[in-house]
Design a protein around this ligand. Structure first.
Ligand SMILES: [Zn+2]
Length: 123
């Protein structure tokens, strides 16, 4: 209980949270990936989604697939109501994410994805 309350109160100090999120958060790239700007936002996105099958807001993350060599991170979720599975693919190649990661990681930061950083598709 204490842990839950604490993590909620100090969200800005969560090491997985980027205080410099921009309006591009959750925008789609031209290739259809969801722009992520930190680690926390990816879980938040999945929890905010409705199940494609039963339409309930009961999706919960069950697996994370590291695809950083593609500049991507994939979360596989399952609906706790009807057990439908769904997958969400986030772009982590964008500059906001990479700058944030570099700051968090310091000397441990390595730039894995060789391609150009993805940007939000024009509206
Ligand atoms: Zn469902």
């Amino acid at each position: 209980m204490f842990f839950k309350q604490r993590s909620h109160k100090s969200k800005q100090h969560d090491p997985g949270y980027n205080a410099n999120r921009t309006d591009d958060l959750y925008a789609l790239t031209t290739d259809g990936y969801i722009i992520a700007q930190d680690v926390v936002c990816q879980n938040e996105y999945v929890l905010s989604q409705r199940c494609p099958n039963c339409q309930q807001q009961t999706m919960t993350v069950m697996a994370k697939l590291n695809r950083s060599f593609q500049g991507l991170n994939e979360l596989v979720a399952i609906c706790t109501n009807c057990h439908e599975r769904s997958s969400y693919i986030f772009d982590i190649s964008n500059a906001v994410y990479q700058n944030w990661l570099a700051e968090q990681m310091g000397d441990l930061y390595t730039h894995i994805y060789e391609g150009a950083p993805r940007v939000a598709a024009p509206e």
